[in-house]
Design a protein around this ligand. Sequence first.
Ligand SMILES: Nc1ncnc2c1ncn2[C@@H]1O[C@H](COP(=O)(O)OP(=O)(O)O)[C@@H](O)[C@H]1O
Ligand SMILES: [Mg+2]
Length: 316
Amino acid sequence: MFFASPSQLKKAGVVGMNKRNVVMIAQNNPRHLYPLVDNKLKTKIILEKAGLAAPELLGVVKTQGNVRELEAFLADKSSFVIKPARGSGGKGILVISGKDGNAFLKPSGSKVEIRDVQRHASNTLSGLFSLGGNTDVAMIEEMVEFSDVFDGFSYQGVPDIRIIVYKGYPIMAMTRLSTKDSDGKANLHQGAVGVGIDIAAGCALKAVQFGRPVTHHPDTGKDLSIFSVPEWRSFLMLASRCYEITNLGYLGADIVLDVNKGPQVLELNARPGLAIQVANGMGLQSRIDMVEKELHHKRGPAERVDFSMGTFKNEY
Ligand SMILES: Nc1ncnc2c1ncn2[C@@H]1O[C@H](COP(=O)(O)OP(=O)(O)O)[C@@H](O)[C@H]1O
Ligand SMILES: [Mg+2]
């Protein structure tokens, strides 16, 4: 499976780069819908309108004038996150989790003065963190208080759950666990561990690092086979409901678990990567074909989730 030839992979229903670009993304995701998810501010607005759980938007910094206003705006806030609306790969995300006198504190404990926060926002406006260096806006949102149920499964960073939704049906899921190799970032190419998650039950199926099977987290030593997502059906419901609000036929929903508020959508992706197939040890194609046969039913999110949970059980 892992060192198979292209034709073997095709036989196993593994969707390749070319097919992803040409068929899945182009056919299912009309270009005019991209801005909805490529801009986190727009995503946030449509999520909020539909009543789907996501970290609350506290404010938007659009101008240098807004940067000056930040001091007063943030004075009474002890935790928040500033992020570029068009950022990716974790660039430009500043998490503030507490205060020490007038100074803000990062989760690592290091101090950040209001001037640093303002410089960060100003850099964001000038496009330092956005694709192609285009000017951007900085969003200020509520900090997620990550549940401790995933403690030990990640070296720094907190796991998020990626769910692939095909025409409204959740078809595959994974989590990305950061490692020393990945520098605390949840990027599989940099050495994060990918763990496939069973759609039927929310528990781990298998784990891979650098494309090879692993059983334990390389840094924390935690047994990855016991990874399991609580409130799994609510994760699937949130992901499935993202279809109606985006109209994206092929979409990746990244969902995190807040200790008080439950599952929250962190971001949506119109071009989710294909490594999820490796982490699951199977291809997307057979599941896509099965969903295609269900489309005449015109089901709502709950019925689609029921179908997926009942159908996409794991074969291992
Ligand atoms: N509201 C938030 N609260 C706490 N941590 C956050 C929040 N938003 C982002 N993060 C942290 O930053 C990481 C990347 O955030 P995300 O919104 O997915 O941006 P990117 O598009 O750069 O991946 C998350 O996995 C999480 O660790
Ligand atoms: Mg992300």
